[in-house]
Design a protein around this ligand. Sequence first.
Ligand SMILES: [Zn+2]
Length: 482
Amino acid sequence: MFNVLEKLKREKTIREMSLMSEIILKNATVITMNRRREIIQDGAVVIEGNKIIEVGKTKKIKSSHRADVEIDCSGKMVLPGLIDCHVHLAQALIRGCADDMALIPWLRERVLPLQGAYTPIEGELSARLCCLEMIKSGTTTFVESLLHWRYGFNQIARTVEKIGIRAVLSKSLMNIPGYADQKDAIPGGMIEDGETTIKQTIEMIKRWHGKANNRIHVWFGARTPGACTVDFYREISEKARKYRTGITIHLAEVKKDIEYLRREFGMTPMEFMQHCGIVGPNVIYAHGVWIPPEDFKILHKTGGTVCHCPASNLKLASGFAPIPEMLSSGVNVALGCDGGPSNNCYDMIREMKLAALIHKARLLDPEVLPAETVLEMATLNGAKATLWRNKIGSIERGKVADIIVVDLRRPHLVPVRNPVSNLVYAANGGDVDTVIIDGKIIMENRRVMSLDEEEVIHQAMEMGVAVDKRLGLNIRSKWPLK
Ligand SMILES: [Zn+2]
């Protein structure tokens, strides 16, 4: 019996080894994001299986490695895949459904009713469209913050598995259909009951957490204060601890949120989070626009992450999150694109530029949030936030190969004095040329291997507006269509 087991084990190892192929990215400008933040000119990265096994000068690496696949990155920049810490997969299909509207009608008349009318087929298509857009603009890991059961959690997880992107998928949890003091803010199609949402999240954790070679994690997606009771938040906190997973929540996004917490509980947002047990390094607070300075200490001490979503905050006129202030208080701040009606795109490179710009004007100080800090937010800080700090976020020996290649040979990207500056201030998602996730080439020369791009676009064009029609909404150009 022992021998048979040994033999099987050996055969398995050989089979796994035969699947391992070496990839070399050569002749690149490698932005390592290592401890010393080294940028290697004429650099190369060697990938074996799903791991980075060597980083250095091309000449030296070429003399000691003969790879199965060599990718010439002359004139290109190689950097860690970008990490989007706040995404709504289901909102890609409702892109542009509620432009230039105030938050409450935006949410109650358009976004929530449309999402509340989704079938699982539309939920899955929206996820596919969103993943396609993220891969094409250099995002290799994302955090989905509120997956409603009606979108088809299982099918979406299968889609993420098949596409090859890395993801934290959070199941939405609520036990009151409210938002802040508005008790009936959540429409029928989006209402879930507390006990069921807990049960579903645990079911999904058991089924998907750690699956796809540990590429998929399942977290608790607690809804905003006003949609959960204190006891319910405490139950979520206890369950997240029990299953050793994370929690993500929208916090202090608009002024109304802090007014509600002050009036109802006499607390600041982070005091309330502490009161509910929603604190710790495994928590991502999306937006945090109105988090007051006295809360920074709690954030720093408890080790949670604030996910800055500048485009969404600007478009919905939510305000300016005190990001430079949080960073100088030692708070971990990551970056996120939010969703189709609030951004309206999932392009982390454009998001980086916005993050770098808005705080300079707000504080009348061009030195705040330099390009380098913003790139840290989109890589290393995101890795810490997703609890994948030892796996992703930098290009270093032993880390998992989540890498993107950006083509610098474009009119808007030359000359290159400081490659990080060109990336943050001059590039956009369309400049991403190649994407490797978990050691696999997912996109090469802008062709995505794991998806039929034409089919996704065609289906999105056809099916996107079908949801509007079902609800009797006629959202169209404000100018006459001839
Ligand atoms: Zn959001």
